[in-house]
Design a protein. Structure first.
Length: 404
């Protein structure tokens, strides 16, 4: 970003005196006055170029600005944003930006600004504002140039939408694989609730019911009900089709939720899971559901790779720690058949699968999720046996840590 003040019209730069342009020769051969020539120079530019005085009134605007405001350039002069049909929050944001430049005497770069044009279409603008100084160092105007980045934003949104669709499709497939064990995971607390409720009824039928015992039974019922509720909520969250939602997330909490969801599946596969989670890790800015999806994929792949092991050797390890440059490092390690050296990169390609019913989408989606989070995912074979999948996530910018 450029910084420093712009010595503009009427300003006196001791090194480079600024003069009003002389009348110039036009291509038609006729003389064009300075202001008219300047207007032509800025009109030819497809960027939005404008200047406003300290009250926010337009003092200069090119054709691109007038087109968005649905008017002519000379109709803009002397008017403020509030004179046009712009949403109030946008008027306030432009005013704030103007005042900031006036107060700071510095350039202001805004990477993304929303602008609703006269037809109600939304545009994303990337804008730089620069103070125009008077001879005495005070600001007379704010000069701005904005590029319409709407097409790029729409493309980014489209890519994000497609990524979400793919991630959702892969989650639904993943959950259908888990469905049997999730039903089992629900059945357990429901059976416990039923038998506890029956026991409570039997106690109540006594002449002198032991109320303390009944309170204990009711507490068990509440606990089991909560457990069933958590499983259902976990499934619903994974099945829901939502836009990516970044929020501060405790990675250990996500691992804990995932382990609850895959517990029965691991039991059915005769695999054990050991966790080594570093306490007090900084939160990461992430979409909780997508992180769960990555972990479930990695755990299920690891479990699948150990299918031919004797049951004592079906061991999975999940760890979290603070990595280099304060990233969060998560590792899912198995003792399976490992990955042939040639396939270490290919496993992340879409539709690469060595399983009879595999779609080969799991890892490709995981990769996309991780890169959208500013992280990375990679695989390596273990020294002795099996493979490890590791991913890193940048720690949240607020550096907040969960309470431990
Ligand atoms: N832990 C692992 N150990 C060994 N090979 C693995 C491991 N994880 C993945 N692979 C290999 O990578 C391939 C791709 O995995 P990926 O999860 O993308 O697809 P998949 O599991 O085959 O199918 P799905 O789309 O149902 O997940 C697998 O078919 C397998 O060959
Ligand atoms: Mg998979």
């Amino acid at each position: 970003m450029v910084s420093g003040a712009f010595q503009g019209r009427g300003g006196v730069d001791p090194g480079r005196p600024v003069q009003e342009p002389e009348a110039r020769e036009g291509h038609s051969g006729g003389a064009i006055q300075g202001a008219a020539f300047l207007q032509q120079v800025i009109d030819i530019n497809s960027s939005l170029i404008f200047a406003k005085d300290c009250q926010g009134r337009f003092t200069l605007a090119n054709q691109a600005v007038a087109d968005l405001y649905g008017t002519k350039t000379d109709h803009l002069i002397g008017k403020t944003d509030a004179d046009f049909n712009l949403p109030g929050d946008q008027v306030a944001a432009f005013r704030r930006a103007n005042l900031h430049v006036i107060d700071s005497l510095q350039d202001l770069f805004i990477a993304e600004e929303l602008f609703t044009d006269a037809k109600g279409n939304i545009h994303w603008l990337q804008t730089v504002r620069r103070p125009v100084l008077n001879g005495d160092g005070t600001v007379s105007e704010v000069l701005a140039s904005a590029t319409d980045i709407t097409a790029r934003k729409q493309k980014e949104r489209q890519i994000e939408h497609e990524r979400n669709e793919l991630a959702h499709l892969s989650r639904v497939t993943m959950l259908s694989e888990l469905a049997g064990s999730l039903a089992h995971e629900l059945n357990q607390p429901l059976t416990a609730i039923l038998s506890n409720a029956q026991a409570a009824l039997r106690f109540l039928a006594h002449d002198h019911p032991d109320l303390e015992e009944i309170v204990d039974i009711l507490r068990d019922i509440v606990r089991d009900d909560k457990r069933a509720g958590e499983v259902i909520e976990g499934m619903r969250a994974l099945l829901r089709k939502t836009e990516t939602r970044y929020e501060p997330v405790d990675i250990n909490d996500v691992i804990g939720t995932v382990v609850k969801l895959v517990r029965s599946d691991l039991l059915n596969a005769g695999a054990s899971l050991t966790m080594a989670l570093a306490p007090g890790l900084p939160r990461v800015k992430a979409d909780r559901v997508q992180l769960q999806q990555v972990l479930i994929n990695l755990i299920m792949n690891g479990c699948g790779a150990m299918r031919d092991n004797v049951s004592a050797d079906r061991k999975l390890y999940v760890s979290s720690e603070l990595g280099e440059s304060d990233d969060i490092l998560v590792c899912v390690k198995d003792q399976g058949h490992g990955i042939p050296a040639d396939d270490l990169k290919r496993v992340f390609k879409p539709f690469f699968s060595t399983k009879p019913n595999g779609m080969g989408l799991g890892l490709a989606v995981c990769c996309k999720i991780m890169s959208a989070h500013g992280g990375a995912l990679w695989a390596a074979n273990n020294a002795r046996r099996g493979a490890s999948f590791r991913f890193t996530l940048p720690a949240g910018s607020d550096g907040s840590r969960p309470v431990t």
